[in-house]
Write a protein that binds this ligand. Structure first.
Ligand code: FAD
Length: 413
């Protein structure tokens, strides 16, 4: 089958790979001149297979009124009309039952992702700093630490502040400054942007993918209620099937197809700080209270965080970058101003394509001929390979490799 994959972020690229592997002919279309130009560029680098915490939760519901006030909180919200409709669905998802449903669905998809990434790397070695670094989540507030107590089937172990410091000696916190941590030794890190560039190169080498970069996507062409082609600024492209993986651009495209896809762009920031000599940390560390992650990558530390509901602007905001630098200094003694020249610290921002219930949308769309694989939100890097596998399974009519019902777009109708 000739399949056109819309979007060359990590979700579109992995989708293209898995569909090529299944024997399909692919046309990959993206408006940017390079892969991973959107949210997949310099994200938090966490392959967070066990820590999938959905954003919509009863706790978030209690915090919401405070988030609407101005300040330098980890989450910022500016209401707009798109966000109001999305927000109402988000509120509905803030129940214990929905959190349990989402967590179970994400854990199954994450497990599939891990296995599929391993399988991919067995076939095509890619070098993007993949490492089983282990993930330490630190909690500054005792109540948060208690609430996060792992279940019996959770491989995470609870650590005292002293044990956290023994595990990660460069953590520049006093034992009195935090309540404890959760450590999961099996979690991985890897540079998503570098993975995307290399997978893109492999797809190109395969000669089975027609790459249409620098090509802005317009409207679908629909004949007899089936999508048969797509309008672009470089002409009309026909295919037997289309896969929508446009990240935060997916909502607008779905609208032009006549259906609603509640995906809101949740902006995050990162800095990448070159190591000076010895790397400052050996594990991946998440500061739960500040919503900041620290990832050891080859020759650099990636520091990422925040969730700003403020529209589609992707420009890094100086105050957010300053917050990341300050956090790096007081949590790990990472000096981004002195010895490391400010110009070596790479500031970046991206838009997480977020659904109200934090679950991706994977499955057929209301428009025949258009398949959906998008909305991976906070976990797009973690879930990409599993989502691609599910997409290939479903398009080929094979039994899906993990439960797909939780990802059906019909849940929003
Ligand atoms: C600060 C931050 C930290 C993060 N940390 C992590 C993490 O640690 N672990 C994790 O698992 N996930 C993380 N994420 C989430 C993850 O990065 C995203 O979920 C993932 O990158 C989404 O991939 P995507 O391919 O769906 O979207 P994108 O990467 O945004 O790709 C969409 C593509 O579509 C193209 N496009 C859009 N509209 C059009 C159009 N009209 N015409 C043509 N092309 C178009 C864009 O150019 C882009 O290339 C983080 C995100 C951010 C912002």
């Amino acid at each position: 089958m000739k399949i056109s994959v819309l979007g060359a972020g990590v979700v579109g690229l992995t989708t293209a790979w898995w569909l090529t592997e299944a024997g399909h002919e692919i046309v990959l279309i993206d408006g940017a001149g390079r892969p991973a130009a959107g949210a997949s560029g310099a994200n938090g680098a966490q392959l967070s297979y066990r820590y999938v915490a959905p954003m919509a939760s009863p706790k978030m519901l209690r915090q919401l009124p405070g988030l609407l006030l101005p300040g330098e909180d980890a989450i910022k919200v500016s209401l707009d009309t798109e966000l109001i409709g999305w927000g109402l669905r988000f509120l509905k998802a803030c129940t214990g039952a929905e959190v349990a449903r989402t967590t179970a669905a994400q854990l199954a998809l994450a497990e599939l992702s891990r296995a599929e990434l391993e399988r991919l790397l067995g076939k095509v070695p890619l070098d993007f700093g993949l490492r089983t670094a282990g993930k330490l989540v630190i909690f500054r507030k005792a109540a948060d630490f208690v609430a996060a107590t792992p279940d019996a089937d959770d491989p995470a172990v609870a650590l005292t502040p002293r044990q956290c410091l023994e595990l990660e000696p460069n953590l520049a916190l006093d034992v009195s400054e935090f309540a404890g941590g959760l450590y999961t030794s099996s979690e991985q890190v890897g540079d998503c942007g570098s993975f995307c560039e290399q997978l893109f190169a492999k797809l190109k080498e395969s000669n089975r993918v027609d790459m249409r970069m620098d090509t802005a996507i317009g409207r679908p062409v629909v004949r007899n209620r089936r999508m048969t082609a797509i309008e672009t600024d470089r002409g009309v492209i026909e295919a037997d099937q289309f896969v929508l993986s446009l990240g935060s651009g997916a909502r607008a495209f779905a609208k032009s197809c006549g259906f609603n896809l509640p995906i809101y762009p949740v902006k995050g920031h990162s800095i990448t700080v070159p190591d000076e000599g010895k790397p400052p940390l050996t594990h991946s560390v998440t500061d739960y209270s500040r919503k900041i992650v620290y990832a050891p990558l080859p020759g650099a530390t990636r520091i990422a965080g925040f969730a700003d509901f403020q529209g589609y602007d992707t420009t890094p905001v100086p105050s957010r970058i300053a917050q990341l630098k300050a956090a790096a200094a007081d949590t790990f003694d990472i000096d981004t101003l002195g010895d490391v020249a400010a110009s070596d610290v790479a500031p970046w921002a991206g838009l997480r394509p977020m659904t109200p219930d934090s679950r991706p949308v994977i499955g057929p769309s209301p428009l025949e001929g258009l398949f959906l694989n998008t909305g991976q939100g906070m976990l797009g890097w973690t879930l990409a390979c599993g989502s691609a596998r599910l997409t290939a399974d479903l398009i080929d009519g094979k039994p899906p490799s993990c439960p797909v019902a939780p990802f059906d777009v019909a849940r929003f109708s």
